[in-house]
Design a binder for this molecule. Structure first.
Ligand code: SAM
Length: 269
């Protein structure tokens, strides 16, 4: 695994569960980005055969991708798995397709399924919350049947670089998550034993009226700052103002830009 970047942060799982749990009822107002990435994930996967048998959706959230997977495949059963029970309650409410749906409240790094039980593992923008990606990918491979398909999206290293740069002008605390680059993701997949590995990248730039609005959106989608290196007291007013001023310097005619680098990973067992 030479050149592979080590995990840059370790998240407290109970805080991840809490953040997404509290965002679960309002989450759907903030998810245009996740939906766009989820649609792309499935579209780009078109050259893979449609799935039958049992399929797993990791980090199912409120069930957007779950519903799409059910609609586009002839499944026997779909497992929707999430670390936050409140999210799974939303999945249950939102997924209307009449197909067997099993909700699993569990961690992507420790899947509660026997080896070789599913024909495909999907995941839309959840792996950026996994502190041990090597373990998470090994788990996905373990539960897949021979030749099974793994298709997921996550965020890449350029994600929120404008916000990160603006905070760097203000203080030394960690305000924004770090994300892996495409090459590290590819290497983690190969190291886990996957074949036919490909990782595609796409920069999606969203525009906001103000930096504060971006930060409110991030909270609304459950992406609180729970980094170990965060400032545990209140961030000072002057640091916050410095960050806002630095970000304002990037304003364009469309508004305040925020880059999200979507990475799409495809592989086979
Ligand atoms: C950004 S949301 C994406 C939800 C959904 N896939 C979608 O496309 O809208 C990320 C989801 O991953 C879940 N999650 C975060 N860490 C997880 C972990 N270690 N294991 C399982 N789920 C996790 C969160 O609770 C949240 O519901």
């Amino acid at each position: 695994m030479s050149g592979i970047k080590p995990q840059q942060q370790t998240f407290d799982k109970s805080l991840v569960r809490q953040s997404f749990g509290s965002a679960s009822s309002s989450y759907n107002q903030f998810t245009a980005l996740q939906r766009t990435i989820g649609d792309q994930l499935l579209q780009q996967q078109e050259n893979l055969p449609s799935n039958q048998g049992k399929v797993l959706d990791i980090g199912a959230g409120t069930g957007y991708l779950t519903e799409k997977i059910i609609g586009s495949n002839k499944l026997d059963e779909l497992y929707a798995l999430d670390i936050a029970p409140e999210m799974l309650r939303q999945t249950r409410l939102n997924v209307t397709a009449v197909k067997p749906l099993t909700l699993l409240c569990a961690d992507a790094e420790d899947l509660p399924l026997a080896a070789e039980t599913v024909t495909a593992v999907y995941s839309n923008v959840a792996y950026q919350w996994c502190s041990r990606l090597a373990l998470a990918f090994a788990e996905a491979r373990r539960v897949l049947q021979e030749n099974g398909v793994f298709a997921f999206s996550t965020f890449g290293e350029r994600t929120l670089y404008e916000l990160k740069d603006a905070w760097a002008e203000a203080d030394n605390a960690v305000h924004v998550n770090s994300f892996f680059d495409a090459d590290s993701i590819r290497q983690y997949l190969i190291a886990a034993g996957f074949q036919d590995v490909s990782v595609l990248s796409e920069d999606i730039v969203m525009y906001y009226e103000t930096p504060k609005q971006l930060m409110m959106d991030l909270k609304g989608m459950g992406a609180h700052n729970i980094n170990p290196g965060r400032n545990h007291g209140l961030t000072g007013v002057s640091a916050f103002k410095k960050m806002l001023a630095a970000y304002e310097g990037l304003r364009t005619e469309q508004g305040i830009p925020a880059t999200f680098q979507a990475l799409y990973g495809y592989a086979r067992k």
